[in-house]
Design a protein around this ligand. Structure first.
Ligand SMILES: [Fe+2]
Ligand SMILES: [Fe+2]
Length: 318
């Protein structure tokens, strides 16, 4: 178990009973360092329940978080304190000092001001929405497809146990995967089956999309998605023929979402496949779509949870 180190503590909550769980709710914060006071005001003397309730926004939530801390020995969540967006993180550790019983435990906690990164994220998500609207205007037929891709990608990333931030980001940036179609809008809107030459021009949308977002700091994930969503696990995709883990995880996730939605939806050039037939295509291939195109672990997660993807398609279908 880690030891308490005052230099690294924003504040410490000393309580011999934290592991046994008699009551840490009423335990007072006994130490607050200077930067904490500067950023968030003096917290010393407040109870741990008061602080958690304040940051989380309610006393019930504060109790819930205390229980979590007690059972898991650590806690991390985001909330508001002193008008700022903060990340709270803490762990139960041993405390050793002269005259203190060796079994003493304490909660060592840190508070980070994430207001700026929070605002930046909001700006990026807003930018993503604006770009998506531009893409939709150029490609009306697939308009609602892009919103569904966000939902499938969120689900698949969650099933894959990706980090919270990754899941949040992919469900905001997956919608940009086809933004490069703006450059080929006149071709994709032709009311007929495209020729091979036209199809090859349309394929450039992955490159165009990448160029559009590549200089936007903070949109690296959007770049990977737009540029790589047609790459295939077996190396047969485009634009670069990347294979396996050369392709970013976000693009591998969006690739499954994109193909699934394309198969089960009506397009100007095709009817919708049934959910059963679509599943069969993912499992056995049909010559155009092959199981080897996809990250095998993600494909397994997708097929194991197929009903959930169908549900998104049905509820989000307009
Ligand atoms: Fe695409
Ligand atoms: Fe798409």
């Amino acid at each position: 178990m880690a030891k308490f180190d005052a230099d690294f503590a924003i504040f410490g909550v000393f309580a011999a009973d934290v592991v046994e769980g008699i009551s840490i709710a009423d335990t007072q914060i006994s130490y607050t360092n200077e930067s904490c006071i500067e950023l968030f005001g003096e917290l010393k003397g407040k109870t741990i329940l008061e602080v958690l309730s304040e940051i989380s926004g309610s006393r019930d939530k504060g109790h819930e978080l205390l229980d979590k801390c007690r059972s898991e020995g650590k806690l991390a969540f985001e909330g508001k304190l002193a008008g700022k967006i903060v990340k709270y993180h803490s762990r139960i550790i041993e405390y050793e000092a002269d005259g203190i019983h060796p079994s003493m435990k304490c909660i060592q906690a840190g508070l980070t001001d994430i207001t700026e990164s929070f605002i930046l994220k909001k700006l990026l998500y807003g930018t993503s929405k604006a770009l998506k609207r531009a893409a939709k205007a150029a490609d009306e037929d697939t308009g609602d497809h892009v919103e569904r891709i966000n939902h499938y990608s969120h689900l698949l990333a969650s099933l894959n146990n990706c980090e919270k931030q990754f899941i949040e980001d992919i469900s905001q940036f997956a919608q940009l995967h086809d933004i490069g179609k703006i450059n080929v809008a006149d071709i994709i809107r032709l009311p007929r089956k495209l020729t091979v030459d036209e199809m090859n021009i349309v394929k450039n949308h992955a490159v165009y999309g990448g160029i559009m977002v590549k200089d936007l700091t903070g949109l690296e994930m959007a770049y990977n998605i737009t540029h790589e969503h047609h790459e295939k696990w077996d190396g047969s995709g485009y634009p670069e023929g990347k294979r396996e883990e050369e392709i970013s995880l976000e693009a591998r996730i969006v690739a499954i979402a994109d193909v699934f939605d394309a198969l089960v939806s009506v397009r100007p050039y095709k009817k919708a496949f049934s959910y059963d037939r679509t599943r069969q295509i993912f499992e056995e291939g049909d010559g155009r779509v092959m199981p080897g195109h996809f990250d095998p672990n993600l494909l397994l997660l997708f097929l194991d949870n197929y009903e959930k993807f169908i549900k998104i398609h049905q509820t989000q279908l307009k």
